[in-house]
Design a protein around this ligand. Sequence first.
Ligand code: ADP
Ligand code: MG
Length: 480
Amino acid sequence: MEWEVVIGLEIHAQLAAKTKIFSSASTAYGAEPNTQACAVDLGLPGVLPVLNQEAVKMAIKFGLAIGADLPPRSVFARKNYFYPDLPKGYQISQFELPIVGQGKLSIELEDGSEKIVGITRAHLEEDAGKSMHGDFQGQTGVDLNRAGTPLLEIVSDPDMSSAKEAVAYMKKIHSLVQYLEICDGNMQEGSFRCDSNVSVRPKGQKELGTRAELKNINSFRNVERAINIEIERQIELIEDGGTVVQETRLYDADKNETRSMRSKEEANDYRYFPDPDLLPVVLDPEMIEQIRATLPELPNAKRDRFVADMSLSLYDASVLTSSRELANYFEAVLKASDNKDPKLCANWIITQLLGALNKAGLEITTSPISAAQLGGLLTRISDNTISGKIAKQIFDVLWTGEGDDADSIIEEKGLKQVTDSGAIEAIVDEVIANNADQAEQYRAGKEQLLGFFVGQVMKASRGKANPAQVNDILKAKLAG
Ligand code: ADP
Ligand code: MG
């Protein structure tokens, strides 16, 4: 039996507002427990929530960025449940009338194609506090600093059909909220979290299978692993004659398995009702236009511009626009190399630089090689001063900080490419003379020996001969 996978994600992004969504307590991360929770966050009787306008503006910014409907009126609702880290006994969220309605987002798949993912809604809500299980023996502590931190919950349509697609979508949202400067995207600190809803159905079946929800997994890698292991579990279960039950499951990264946490509540278990303490949010069209005017160039617009203006592949362009910092770096390298060869810049950044950064555990913002240095290096490839191979040596020198810029390293180490055809001819003659047997075999038809000769000539020139010229001269001389 062939199975089809269906995935929808609920992403929680902590909004980068300085104060809480309904109080003026600070949202800064890492303070002493319970020093940033005021009477409102603690749910003391007699206090009233006041909506943070900054959080509303950030939600609108997001809505505009995904081309969503922005309903003129949205409503806060109480979602009732009891948990030690939720002192009011309810969470203020939005239910029937969210602030951001249906929108969509384009993602790139590994095969280079594009896919549009629907976004059902995005709503504002408050975060809960944190239960601390590790700090006290036999007891659990509660830190309410996080209580009331503004969250944007972004709910996708069930549009993804593999773990890879789900991660591509999650990364795209992660990049988008950072471009918009509405969330710092820090997954270790929990500023960006994701619940994955996963189901399977026989290929061709119309109705959706029963889903399991995988809770709060804190890295892209683990989202992918958790979804894959859950898909396997569900298929095996059904093929063994069982049925999937709708429930919330926890992913255990150490054991790479998902375990049942609780059966899934239905909306009516939460007894949602409009919060009588808060007025409906009525959006002023003028304010929406003001916010629209502050939008930066968005990742997908940048991506499409790189494809259209610079003939980059969709894949390269999407890697380069995956963060605003990386896109800026790329544009700075291009500028520093006189805009000569975008494809060369893209290749070097994606393969060499990102490879080296990744290996060293560094980010583009902490790259040991500046955009000006890399641009200077690539200029010398474009104008034939050095070969790509020599450029890699220079890259390593720049990386370790032992040289200031490509030009001085080329000068100092005498790495300038030999393009004088007389000089190359002399080396070629010598190499052919020293390898008379191979030359004879080549002439007798064993043309794959050309590579051997190119290697010998490059070696004799200590890598400095211009490879294209070496090829041409060798072919001519060997034929003659
Ligand atoms: P709830 O209110 O119970 O969280 P929603 O209808 O809001 O449920 O859906 C939550 C998420 O689950 C959405 O991202 C949605 O796309 C996804 N989803 C719903 N049904 C399925 C399904 N059968 N398989 C996979 N994902 C699903
Ligand atoms: Mg939900």
